[in-house]
Design a protein around this ligand. Structure first.
Ligand code: NAG
Ligand code: NAG
Length: 312
């Protein structure tokens, strides 16, 4: 199991093309990945190419759009950027580098959720590979499933500089030791920059502007600079930023009452229950909101919605 304080790497597999790695690059990849995860010791490769590399589904942008609209609340910027980025990337037959997205925002704003939606849209069975399988997979082989999706959780807990070990994979190289990474997707998740995003969103609100009018350009460069200068972001002075290897910094905004309510309703529906507005109101009442005076944004986003709903 992932332990707190450690960067967690989850890997969602799949692809058609599978090329064996040269011994040299295998150890390079192991070095990098095990450094990141801190996990070792799995002898057996669980997932053979035939089983796990064939589930790739043609990318369907409308399906992803629909799913984001139905399930992700209060994140007009993230929805838009992610949809555009993936559509462009998947429609490009010859990408020059892998797609790298860095998702930022407080806990409970949907970063993890979105990355799972993305992965599932590309590899429907990908999420079934659990952590164990992943470790085995990495430890046993680094297969070159060309369009694998890598999700690095809790980047902010990673030691500065560690992530740069994977820089060669993210760069504009045709191949690294015989393997092309250009069709892969890397997603970093981080709470770092959450303060910055919150401040910008709050300023916007205080100025009486519509949240939905907040634009990516209002946030993206501040976010990349902020993360680069933040010792605890996992991307502090990172070559990935320096070299512009991160394609998008995606802000996840703090969630308001109305968004939390949407999460509660969606969760009720997902459980096959009728939406009961009394319960919705009670669940939201129990949650805490900030800043102290205005109490606009949920402290934990939608994170505790499930457990609170269990209780009711
Ligand atoms: C793409 O997704 C949409 C919405 O779910 C669906 O109606 C459509 O049939 C899908 N297209 C393909 C080619 O699967
Ligand atoms: C993959 O891992 C298995 C089991 O650990 C091993 O037998 C096999 O040689 C590995 N293949 C490559 C290409 O490293």
């Amino acid at each position: 199991m992932p332990s707190a304080g450690r960067a967690v790497l989850r890997l969602l597999l799949a692809a058609h093309a599978a090329a064996a790695l040269e011994p040299v690059s295998t150890s390079l990849a192991f070095g990098a990945l095990s450094l990141l995860t801190g996990y070792l010791y799995h002898k057996q490769l669980h997932c053979h190419f035939a089983e796990c590399c064939l589930d790739e589904r043609p990318f369907n942008a409308s399906a992803l759009k629909l799913e984001l609209e139905e399930k992700l609340f209060g994140q007009h910027l993230a929805s838009e950027v992610i949809l555009k980025a993936l559509t462009g990337f998947k429609n490009n037959k010859n990408p020059k580098k892998p797609l790298t997205l860095s998702l930022h925002g407080w806990a409970g704003t949907g970063k993890n959720f979105v990355s799972q939606i993305v992965a599932q849209n590309l590899h429907p069975s990908g999420l079934k590979s659990n952590f164990d399988q992943l470790q085995k997979w990495i430890q046993g082989n680094v297969s070159a499933c060309a369009s694998s999706v890598f999700i690095f959780d809790e980047m902010d807990k990673m030691h500065p500089g560690v992530i740069d070990a994977i820089k060669p994979f993210l760069d504009y190289y045709e191949q690294v030791d015989g393997v092309s990474y250009r069709k892969a997707i890397f997603i970093f998740l981080s709470n770092a920059g959450g303060d910055l995003i919150t401040k910008a969103t709050l300023d916007y609100w205080r100025a009486g502007s519509m949240r939905e009018e907040l634009q990516l350009k209002d946030l993206e460069s501040a976010l990349s600079v902020g993360v680069f200068n933040n010792k605890h972001s996992g991307l502090w002075r990172s070559g990935l930023i320096d070299r512009n290897l991160i394609d998008y910094f995606v802000p996840f905004l703090p969630l308001e009452h109305r968004h939390v309510k949407m999460c509660v309703r969606a969760e009720m529906r997902a459980r096959g229950a009728a939406v009961d507005e009394d319960v919705v109101a009670r669940v939201v009442e129990e949650m805490t909101f900030f800043p102290k005076g205005e109490k606009i944004y949920s402290d934990k986003g939608c994170k505790t919605v499930q457990s609170r709903l269990d209780f009711h």
